[in-house]
Design a protein around this ligand. Sequence first.
Ligand SMILES: [Zn+2]
Length: 86
Amino acid sequence: MEFGHRLCRAFETYLLIHDAPSLSFEWVWNLIHSIAYNDELYLAECAGCSAYYVQDAYALDHRTCPTCEIELHAPRRAAVQLAAGT
Ligand SMILES: [Zn+2]
């Protein structure tokens, strides 16, 4: 019962802080269960910044969170855009 209340409060907070929320309550419920049972998804810790991120248990994990991944590839993207003249 307490878990349900906490999840509802967390989802309501999510709705308040996002102008265009992309997650439904059902999707969040399934995500939490997948992480809790640790079968398909789990929380991994980034080696670069120590943040936690959702990782697919069957995919390669380079221990890099999405934010660090974007920062790692930013110079390459800038070079590609420069070469393309955009
Ligand atoms: Zn990171």
